[in-house]
Design a protein around this ligand. Structure first.
Ligand code: IPE
Ligand code: IPE
Ligand code: MG
Length: 258
């Protein structure tokens, strides 16, 4: 690990990064990586900065991680950006978080287009401020012809609400004769979730030392590999991502088999 740390920092950073990527690619790369980006507030507090400074710093990490995941050949990167429970936070902080998509996409959308990234969003759109939704929808629209990495933002997302909505939708479809009990398999139920069309995450990463899911992808993470780190999200970098993938590659996934 020490060697690698040194490598990231020296002048030939990009060629060493390329070597590491090639090495990782010799084994299966997780097709879908989901990240609970946690610890922005603590990162800021440690520096006597307002919590929102941590969110701002965290936004830059989103860019780095997206670029790296894309280079690695990850197909889908789902990022937990705002939960249905995060509305409980002080108004000032919520307001700041709602403005971040506009700032992030305002700055990086051309780069995302260039890098063939497809932007998506999952979450309840109804109560998002108009400017937040407009920024996201603009990015979704501008990248819809791309066929590279799917960058899926979980924004005002909560897994229990997602599952409940799916159940309600199934009930409606059942009443109108679109579906009956026999047809409702796990696969069909999955198609009622916000991740419709996506594979389940292979790897879940959570930063900041918290070992919990916080209402994130409860259905979809049933057989994912989990990797937790104490690193706070604004400090998360390519090196940590590599470590997570290396650990993933050493895991033996059995899916209930032997
Ligand atoms: C994660 O960082 C970002 C969001 C939840 C929006 P936090 O803001 O939760 O940071 P901590 O956990 O308080 O340090
Ligand atoms: C989960 O982090 C939500 C996001 C990262 C967006 P939280 O910081 O909200 O989770 P808890 O409150 O520690 O469980
Ligand atoms: Mg947190």
């Amino acid at each position: 690990m020490f060697d690698k740390m040194k490598l990231w920092k020296n002048n030939s950073e990009s060629s060493n990064l390329q070597d590491t990527i090639e090495k990782l690619k010799q084994q299966p790369i997780p097709a879908h990586v989901a990240i609970i980006m946690d610890g922005n507030g603590r990162w800021a507090s440690k520096r006597s900065l307002p919590r929102v400074a941590g969110h701002h710093e965290g936004m830059k990490v989103v860019r780095r991680v997206t670029r790296f995941a894309n280079k690695l050949g990850v197909k889908t990167l789902t990022l937990y950006a705002f939960s249905t429970e995060n509305w409980k936070r002080p108004k000032l902080e919520v307001d700041f978080l709602m403005k971040l998509p506009e700032e992030f996409l305002g700055t990086f959308l051309p780069e995302l287009i260039e890098e063939n990234v497809q932007v998506r969003m999952m979450g309840n759109k109804e109560i998002l401020p108009k400017f937040t939704l407009t920024a996201i929808e603009k990015a979704i629209d501008a990248t819809k012809e791309n066929d590279g990495l799917v960058l899926n933002f979980a924004m005002n997302y909560g897994s229990r609400a997602e599952i409940l909505e799916a159940v309600k939708h199934v009930l409606t479809d059942s009443k109108s004769g679109i579906i009956d009990e026999e047809q409702l398999t796990e696969e069909v139920f999955s198609s009622y979730l916000m991740t419709n069309g996506m594979n389940d995450p292979d790897l879940l990463i959570r930063t900041s030392g918290e070992i919990r899911l916080s209402n994130f992808m409860l259905w979809q993470l049933a057989y994912s590999e989990f990797w937790f780190t104490d690193v706070l999200w604004p400090d998360f970098n390519e090196e940590h991502f590599v470590e997570a993938v290396e650990v993933f590659q050493k895991r033996q996934r059995r899916f209930g088999g032997v």
